[in-house]
Design a protein around this ligand. Structure first.
Ligand code: HEC
Length: 189
């Protein structure tokens, strides 16, 4: 009887340890899920889909292509300075994902987690730095062009930026390389 009891003793702490580990990893998974949910909420109310999802002629995002950016083969919008006299500040491409104006041609990027064409390699630190400074995370730290709402977004908290990225990284990666934005040369007069 005594012998049996002594064998059982060391097993008790191991059992408690395992139970604690299970609770610990469960909590971690829940925290990650909460972060993704928060990110989904923010991405929805901040309207990312408006400019980063290709839209059909009905003005609605095309199903299955959400967040994949300006389609690689879609034409870019045209704009020239004399349009200002006609009261046109900027134009928008067919899919509502590219914009032309005095700033150049600004192309909504692929926000799905594809490593080569999307945000697969974008880290939390890189996105926080981009939104604090207004500079692009990938393209040689140049200022991000309108209409990406950099000024309003620069007031977001670090945790909310992390949550947005966690949600975007939870999406299905879509391979689509939008053309590069064209930064207009600075005015000469
Ligand atoms: C009104 C249109 C618009 C909205 C809304 C918008 N974007 Fe953008 N975004 C753009 C355009 C256009 C570019 C390309 C700008 C450039 O190339 O300079 C861009 C660029 C970016 C970039 C690359 C530049 C950088 O920050 O390093 C990221 C990342 C991005 N958007 C994420 C988002 C997310 C996330 C949201 C929602 C929270 C969002 N955008 C909402 C239009 C928009």
């Amino acid at each position: 009887m005594k012998g049996k009891f002594m064998y059982a003793l060391p097993i008790i702490p191991i059992g408690i340890g395992l139970a604690a580990m299970a609770v610990g990893s469960g909590e971690k998974a829940n925290a990650e899920q909460d972060k993704i949910e928060r990110g989904k909420y923010l991405v929805t109310i901040m309207g990312c889909t408006d400019c980063h999802s290709p839209h059909g002629p009905d003005g609605k995002p095309i199903k299955g292509l959400e967040f994949s950016g300006h389609p690689a083969n879609a034409p870019l919008p045209k704009w020239e300075p004399k349009m200002l006299e006609e009261g046109i500040l900027a134009t928008m491409g067919l899919t509502m994902t590219a914009f032309a104006g005095p700033f150049g041609v600004s192309v909504g990027g692929n926000l799905t987690p594809d490593d080569e064409t999307g945000i697969g390699k974008l880290t939390e630190e890189m996105l926080i730095e981009s939104w604090r400074t207004g500079n692009h995370w990938k393209e040689d730290k140049r200022p991000v062009l309108p209409p990406m709402p950099m000024e309003p977004y620069s007031h977001i908290t670090d945790d909310d930026i992390r949550a947005i990225l966690a949600y975007l990284k939870s999406l299905k990666p879509i391979k689509n390389q939008p053309p590069k934005s064209i930064v207009a040369p600075p005015p000469t007069h």
